[in-house]
Write a protein that binds this ligand. Structure first.
Ligand code: GTP
Ligand code: MG
Length: 302
């Protein structure tokens, strides 16, 4: 299955919700206020965000009020609007930065897909012939390093992990030192995502970043916030909280398969303007792909 069909299949719950909603509202009638209002509610409920919703509705109201309008026209126009919002932020994660090594740090709330995403990216980097190191900075949970070890094995990457309960920042520091000595191209740092202690987690991330900068003032070169697409509005809150504490350089939104909240990607793009490097529509390596705005917009509308 190619990427577009995967994306389409993954987004099918989101697209049927939108598509059916639009078909119900627009049954070849003249466009009136009630229809516009229903459309706005539908877009908000599909997690597209109130800014995008009101803009689309205002545009229709201006150009088409009192005229016949079909659900197809609405879908096309909406797809265009969505693609426009997404285009400026669709920026793939470059694994070719001049820094040696390039340090990519994955952050995010627990269970969002950091380790899986990191594994997929590492495998891709290996396929491009890069020398890659994976660093397990979640030293609290033994299973976290084990999971990363599986990806390291699968992709043929070196794994650096600390002793149980070791200071995550010291693991990161040691790893980067080692990576430099070994002329590694890319270092992927996996971090913990425990939510029960927000302050502690943020402090830990800030500390990891601080010690990395002692070796390379520009490190980490990428700090990627991984968000779970199924959490809808909660993803906004997470993006807000993390951006306040650490400088996020880009987003990856996972688990867009099997959720009706795929519109959240659009709302995130509109609200934060951060690069969206990729979206995840499944657990296999092919299911993480650079973000393609037109394809995404069309898939979201079915
Ligand atoms: N369906 C689906 N599942 C995904 C996707 N990405 C990750 N997952 C699954 O989500 C679960 C959690 O992923 P992890 O990568 O372990 O999440 P994490 O952020 O590292 O979690 P912690 O280490 O606990 O903070 C795993 O079962 C993954 O296989 C995706 O795009 N789609
Ligand atoms: Mg993990």
């Amino acid at each position: 299955m190619n990427w577009l069909s995967r994306l389409k299949a993954g987004l099918s719950k989101s697209s049927s919700k939108l598509s059916e909603g639009i078909s119900t509202i627009f049954t070849h009638r003249k466009l009136d206020d009630a229809m516009l209002e229903e459309l706005e509610d539908l877009l908000v409920m599909a997690d597209l965000g109130s800014e995008v919703a009101s803009r689309v509705v205002a545009r229709f109201g201006r150009t088409r009020f009192g005229k016949d309008i079909s659900s197809e026209e609405v879908k096309n126009a909406l797809a265009q609007e969505i693609a426009e919002v997404l285009r400026p932020v669709a920026i793939p994660l470059s694994l070719d930065k001049p820094a040696r090594p390039q340090v990519v740090m994955m952050v995010g709330v627990n269970g969002n897909g950091k380790t899986t995403t990191l594994g997929k990216l590492a495998l891709r980097a290996r396929q491009q012939g890069k020398k890659v190191m994976l660093v397990a900075c979640d030293t609290f949970r033994a299973a976290a390093a084990e999971q990363l070890a599986v990806w390291a094995e699968r992709s043929g990457c070196e794994l650096v992990r600390g002793n149980p309960q070791a200071d995550p920042a010291s693991v990161a520091y040691t790893a980067l030192e080692k990576a430099r000595a070994e002329e590694v191209d890319i270092v992927f740092i996996d971090t913990a995502g425990r939510l029960q202690n927000k302050a502690g987690l943020m402090e830990e991330l800030v500390k990891i970043m601080r010690v990395l900068k002692k070796l390379d003032p520009d490190a980490p070169h990428d700090t990627v916030l991984v968000l779970d697409g199924t959490t809808g509005q909660n993803a906004h809150k997470q993006a807000e909280v993390f951006s306040e504490m650490v400088q996020i350089s880009g987003l990856i939104v996972t688990k867009l398969d099997g959720t009706a909240k795929g519109g959240v990607v659009v709302a995130l793009a509109e609200r934060f303007g951060l690069p969206i490097h990729a979206v995840g529509v499944g657990e296999s390596i092919e299911d993480l792909q650079p973000f393609e705005p037109e394809g995404f917009a069309r898939s979201l509308l079915g």
